[in-house]
Write a protein that binds this ligand. Structure first.
Ligand SMILES: [Zn+2]
Ligand SMILES: [Zn+2]
Length: 114
């Protein structure tokens, strides 16, 4: 079920939990707001594929949150550093046709983790 999160107080809730907040300027006489703080600054949130926590869309990359992305990068770095020596990396580079795995390993080795 689609969840929403309040940008002001961080409360996570379902759409049916929204509360009517009196708002004279509004055509209907009310706006829908956060069940906790009544703010109308709430937005849809989505689950991270790995940790299943809720995040705003812009905080997910390919469905993964920043923390889980760091863990994935770390797993890849460990794999590249433990499975292949430099000579084997050069062999792999030669069969990758232009994509340099050693450059790629350099890249993940330099990636900042949280
Ligand atoms: Zn709120
Ligand atoms: Zn995650």
């Amino acid at each position: 079920m689609q969840k929403f999160m309040c940008e002001d107080c961080g409360t996570l809730f379902d759409e049916w939990e929204l509360v009517r907040v009196p708002e004279e300027c509004h055509m209907d006489g009310y706006v829908l707001g956060c069940p906790n703080c009544k703010s109308d600054a709430y937005r849809k949130v989505y689950t991270c594929k790995r940790c299943v926590e809720y995040y705003f869309n812009e905080d997910l990359t390919q469905g993964y949150c920043k923390n889980c992305g760091d863990v994935i990068a770390m797993k890849l770095r460990i794999f590249l550093n433990t499975e292949f020596d430099s000579s084997e990396m050069e062999y792999i580079d030669s069969i990758l046709d232009g994509v340099y795995l050693s450059d790629f390993r350099e890249l993940v080795n330099n990636m900042k983790t949280a």
